[in-house]
Write a protein that binds this ligand. Structure first.
Ligand SMILES: N[C@@H](CCC[C@H](N)C(=O)O)C(=O)O
Length: 285
């Protein structure tokens, strides 16, 4: 891999951090090792996800957006990343805004930059059928028993384009995120692994959430995880259509009016710095 000269922008959405690369105006060839090296926090730039901005392939979108977890795996969806993508492409003159249509592996998404600097992402229609998540279960249900390390927990299973398991806990501060997160992430009933959300319900319109992300570990925020938690909480009868979701890095507003309606997520997108790779970053296993 030869990355020298590669220009990038470091961004974050409530502390879920990204290396954003413009692959419209520079040529970029990334493999798993390269992504891991750039994401590495001690020898690379450091990020939870790497976002690549490319020209659209079809005629319906302004641009294409690809997402790689820190472990190098390409994934379908990243909600916080989508907000940063919107801010990036407008700031860099790659799109006019305020509305941007973007292709992702998970489908077409519409993003809107608001006057107050926040971004609303139309995350599309959630999927709950087990095969579409994918999740091994005999039939669709609001909650499923999941046995992990000899104990059984009730989880909700939701696809926001990417797979999520949502577990309700009494208090996220004491929830066993570090111990249980990796076991749920790699549970054999989720053949493509899963993002594991731990949700504390404060009221029907207010939850707290921690997410152990597939391919990245616990992050300070997970946008698709916030949407999945609200969908799961609504389906299980606990939540209202509009919910404030407090994640470790701040607050997201999530709105879901119900079956057939899209899930809308609103939150900030922050640019931290721009950089250029000089020496090759390396991944130290
Ligand atoms: N941080 C993201 C989700 C990134 C992808 C996820 N780890 C996966 O593997 O599906 C978000 O804000 O949604």
């Amino acid at each position: 891999m030869d990355l020298s000269g590669l220009r990038f922008t470091k961004m974050h959405g409530l502390g879920n951090d990204f290396v954003v690369i413009d692959a419209v105006r520079q040529s970029v060839r990334l493999d798993t090792a390269t992504v891991r090296a750039l994401a590495e926090r001690h020898r690379g730039v450091g990020c939870d996800q790497l976002l690549i901005v490319e020209p659209a392939q079809g005629g319906q979108a302004d641009l294409r957006y690809r997402i790689f977890n820190a472990d190098g795996g390409e994934v379908e969806q990243c909600g916080n990343g989508a907000r940063c993508f919107a801010r990036f492409v407008v700031d860099q003159g790659l799109a006019k805004g305020p509305e941007i249509r973007v292709e992702t592996l998970g489908g077409l998404m519409t993003l809107r930059l608001l006057d107050d600097g926040q971004v609303t992402v139309n995350m599309g229609v959630r999927r709950l059928e087990p095969a579409q998540i994918p999740f091994e279960a005999a039939a669709m249900a609001p909650g499923y028993p999941l046995t992990v390390d000899g104990a059984t927990y009730e989880i909700g299973a939701v696809s926001m384009g990417n797979p999520h398991a949502v577990l309700r806990v009494a208090d996220i501060d004491t929830a066993p995120v570090a111990a249980l997160g990796p076991l749920i992430e790699a549970h054999p009933r989720f053949p493509q692994r899963v993002n594991a959300g731990f949700m504390q319900v404060l009221s029907p319109a207010h939850i707290r959430l921690r997410v152990y992300e597939r391919g990245a570990g616990e992050t300070q925020a997970c946008g698709s995880g916030a949407c999945a938690a609200v969908v799961s909480g609504r389906v299980r009868g606990w939540l209202a259509p509009r919910v404030a979701v407090d994640v470790l890095g701040g607050r997201l507003m999530i709105e879901w009016q119900g079956t057939g309606e899209p899930v809308l997520m609103t939150g900030p997108a922050t640019t931290v710095f721009e950089g250029r790779i000089t020496d090759e970053p390396t991944h130290h296993a």
